[in-house]
Design a protein around this ligand. Structure first.
Ligand SMILES: N[C@@H](CCC(=O)N[C@@H](CS)C(=O)NCC(=O)O)C(=O)O
Length: 339
């Protein structure tokens, strides 16, 4: 029996090698038959994923799912956004309620290795910071000894906070919330003097939710690494590959100057990388179990990584710098070779 199974596996491999075509994978089949991509997002962080009054989502994380829907279903609007708190997110993915998380989720060893999940890339390099009211007259994190700190449960934030204060020999009083809305309200009502989360979250909350953003400062200290990116369930390598190469496709497009506006003309480019990215040569899409226009459709619908960043993240006051710049500009945004 085992030999028979081994032989069957070998035939399968031979088929892939001969045709160069990947098997679609069960998640992709399910997404196609559902006609929608179920995308787990946060319950509302301006710049990353936030719904307007009509339920239309915007933000970097939301746009990533729109790009995937354009690539996989041919229509960027075929996304069902599922808002999830930090605490709910992994269960929702494990149970199949969503096809992926695209939700300011930090890639850590524990999450990547022991939850039956796998991270597909990094869409934003972040780190944890602190926000305080200006009139507290605090300039740096080491002045926070004894502070009451608002924090959301089920996050790396909660763990780093404890590590940081312990390492500095300082004490703090955690004021813990499961719900983002409640934690923001508590902070702006003065129930805690300090709010801590990823710096992107701080910038978002300060810009979009503070009664007067100028009354609050984000301290210069960054106390952790928070690489944020999409997560899928283990056990479906084909779907994992599609999500991973969608991240790279958007980054490569930026590096090569392919935008939502010029993508059609760029199909006549003589640059072999652009040709492969846009499906003119190389059959990259077919190898992913898609069609060769996958990336062109995604770029046309939402733009390249730089366009996503400019549209969503610049408005919350985070310039494109440091690790989030392209590697060609000294950053860490680097696509594996499309060939
Ligand atoms: N990146 C951290 C924190 C992510 C996180 O969930 N942060 C909170 C505070 S900004 C949040 O996004 N909440 C949104 C929500 O609960 O919907 C993690 O992965 O644990």
């Amino acid at each position: 029996m085992k030999r028979f199974l081994n032989m069957m596996a070998l035939f399968g491999l031979a088929a892939v090698l001969v045709t160069g075509t990947a098997h679609a994978g069960k998640n992709l089949d399910a997404i196609k038959s559902n006609g929608t991509l179920k995308c787990g997002v946060s319950t509302g962080l301006a710049g990353f994923s936030i719904a307007d009054s009509k339920g239309n989502y915007t933000g970097l994380d939301a746009d990533f799912c729109k790009a995937l829907a354009a690539a996989v279903l041919g229509d960027a609007s075929k996304v069902t956004f599922v808002p999830l708190s930090a605490q709910q997110r992994f269960t929702a993915l494990q149970s199949g309620e969503v096809d992926l998380l695209s939700r300011n989720t930090t890639w850590t060893l524990t999450r990547d290795a022991s939850l039956g999940l796998v991270f597909a890339g990094v869409t934003f390099y972040d780190g944890q910071g602190f926000m305080v009211p200006k009139d507290l007259k605090v300039n740096k994190a080491t002045e926070l000894d004894g502070a009451e700190v608002c924090v959301q449960t089920g996050t790396t934030t909660e763990l780093n906070l404890a590590d940081y204060f312990r390492a500095k020999g300082m004490t703090f009083k955690p004021v813990v919330f499961e719900n983002l809305e409640e934690s923001k309200t508590a902070f702006f009502n003065g129930r805690c003097q300090v709010y801590t989360t990823d710096r992107s979250g701080l910038a978002s909350i300060r810009a979009a939710d503070a009664p007067n953003p100028d009354d609050y400062v984000i301290l210069p200290d960054t106390i952790s690494k928070e690489p944020l990116g999409p997560v899928v369930r283990r056990g479906d390598d084909e779907w994992f590959s599609i999500v991973k190469w969608m991240v790279y496709g958007l980054i490569e497009a930026e590096e090569k100057g392919v935008t939502s506006k010029n993508v059609d003309e760029m199909k006549s480019s003589q640059d072999p990388v652009i040709q492969r990215l846009l499906g003119v040569s190389g059959d990259m899409g077919t190898k992913l179990g898609l069609d060769n226009d996958w990336a062109a459709r995604a770029i046309k619908a939402v733009g390249n990584y730089g366009e996503l960043y400019a549209r969503n993240v610049l408005p919350i006051g985070l310039p494109r710098e440091g690790s989030n710049a392209l590697w060609t500009n000294g950053g860490m945004m680097y696509a594996m070779p499309l060939r």
